[in-house]
Write a protein that binds this ligand. Structure first.
Ligand code: TYD
Ligand code: MG
Length: 428
């Protein structure tokens, strides 16, 4: 039976299509594909496996390579590990190339760019006042060529940075660069090269807002660390977090601010709070812990009567489904007729909070907007809310409370203060 496979994304089908139903590429389905990566192993005889007791295996405790950007090093787990492969993802224009230049300025690097010319990289470095003496540069994008050329270098770089993985291709795969088959092959070759030569490889990958399925996500399982560089382009704050980290934790976040002279590290835990004198209805301050430190954010909620049969729900900076769930809890346990209101939720500063400790503060801001009454000054909220409206302890609640007191917050609403969100209604 004939079998057709898309040379771009690997989609398989018994019938031929002019347009691949999966990736949308035209004329990419081919018969009897030559790039079958799983040749039959039928001819291989059964082999005995080697079994080694763990007390005969020594762990490698290698020195880390510090970038000098503490916010990044902390997320990585005190710097890179030689041989580590890192995928740095983010939307175009968020600042990935800038971050790489700043992070690698003191390290011997081979920077391969398929996006910019050497002149462009140089002029950006000049603007950032970064000396590129330790950088080697190439615009050549064939992965086999890159590997061979680096192998023959007398002084090997410590880090190879590839900007971006979508522009690199392997000669052994037919499809265009950035196709899934190409991305997988290129990544596999580079991972193998990194491990055998003890070099760190950083792969930059563009993703779009929705997280684009057929892109860098398909290679996440090959790499050691996946970093997401996030933020709204209109806001200057950028967050970096690891969604996977074989050599460190995934709890830490790093915060940067994009300035005309590059990315600046942000250490102030109150940086996301607006310093307004007038109290505004619908605004609450929440405390969460991200790894080692406590951070404070402002949530703003607007509740307005709806003119629609199905009211609008717009959420920025929090998980949409979680907010929906909390709205249901509020409707049931606080008896608020939310189905007659449009609700808009926003986290100030263009950041995304992925922490359940924000639940209580979101509900407080909702009630505050609903009643058109500002929350008291110097108040923070921290706590997870369950489906019965019960307030649960936030992760590292004690730490958040101590830090909040130190920073001058007077009223701290947490699971210590209240057991159910019903108690909020009387407070506001
Ligand atoms: P860039 O690192 O090129 O983004 P990416 O590699 O993720 O596509 O950064 C793009 C934006 O950052 C660009 O719109 C301009 C801004 N920027 C600054 O604001 N200050 C700076 O010092 C630099 C280098 C860039
Ligand atoms: Mg770039």
């Amino acid at each position: 039976m004939a079998f057709f496979v898309c040379k771009n994304c690997g989609y398989g089908s018994a019938s031929w299509y002019g347009k691949c139903p999966d990736c949308g590429g035209w004329n990419t389905l081919v018969d009897k594909p030559e790039f079958n990566k799983n040749p039959s192993k039928k001819s291989e005889s059964t082999r005995k496996i080697t079994i080694t007791p763990f007390n005969k295996i020594t762990s490698k405790n290698q020195a880390r390579i510090k970038t000098g950007l503490y916010e990044l090093d902390r997320v990585l787990g005190s710097g890179f590990v030689p041989g580590e492969v890192i995928l740095l993802t983010g939307e175009p224009g968020i600042g990935k190339s800038t971050l790489i230049l700043q992070a690698l300025k003191n390290i011997n690097v081979l920077y391969i760019s398929g996006e910019e010319s050497g002149e462009q990289v140089k002029s950006r470095a000049d603007r950032l006042k970064i000396n590129l003496d330790k950088f080697l540069f190439s615009n050549d994008l064939q992965v086999e060529g890159i590997i061979e050329s680096v192998s023959t270098l007398e002084v090997k770089p410590e880090v190879i940075a590839i900007d971006s993985i979508q522009t690199i291709y392997s000669k052994s795969i037919e499809g265009a660069a950035s196709g899934v088959s190409q991305l997988k092959e290129v990544t596999k070759l580079l991972v193998n090269f990194a491990k055998t030569n003890n070099l760190t490889v950083i792969l930059i990958g563009h993703i779009t807002k929705g997280g684009e399925i057929a892109g860098p996500k398909t290679v996440e399982h090959f790499v050691d660390c996946v970093l997401a560089f996030e933020g709204e382009k209109i806001s200057n704050y950028r967050l970096i977090r690891a969604s996977k980290n074989r050599f460190g934790s995934t709890d830490e976040i790093g915060i940067f601010e994009m300035t005309p002279s590059g990315l600046k590290e942000v250490t102030n835990p109150l940086v996301f709070l607006e310093n307004e004198k007038n109290l505004i209805a619908g605004k609450s301050v929440i405390g969460v812990t991200e790894g080692q430190r406590s951070l404070f954010f402002e949530i703003q909620t607007l509740v307005v009567p709806t003119a629609l049969a199905v009211p609008r729900r717009v959420v920025k900076g929090l998980d949409f489904n979680k907010v929906q769930l909390l709205l249901a809890v509020v409707t049931k346990f606080l008896n608020l007729p939310l189905d007659r209101f449009d609700i808009y939720v926003n986290v100030i500063g263009g950041v995304t909070i992925k922490n359940t400790a924000s639940d209580l503060g979101l509900i407080a801001s909702l009630i505050s907007s609903f009643k058109n009454t500002p929350l008291p000054k110097n108040t923070i909220f921290t706590g997870e809310v369950g489906l019965q409206g019960e307030v649960r302890k936030a992760v590292a609640e004690e730490k958040i409370i101590t830090e909040a007191r130190r920073l001058g917050f007077k009223k701290i609403f947490s699971s210590k203060m209240m057991k159910n969100i019903k108690e909020l209604k009387t407070l506001i």
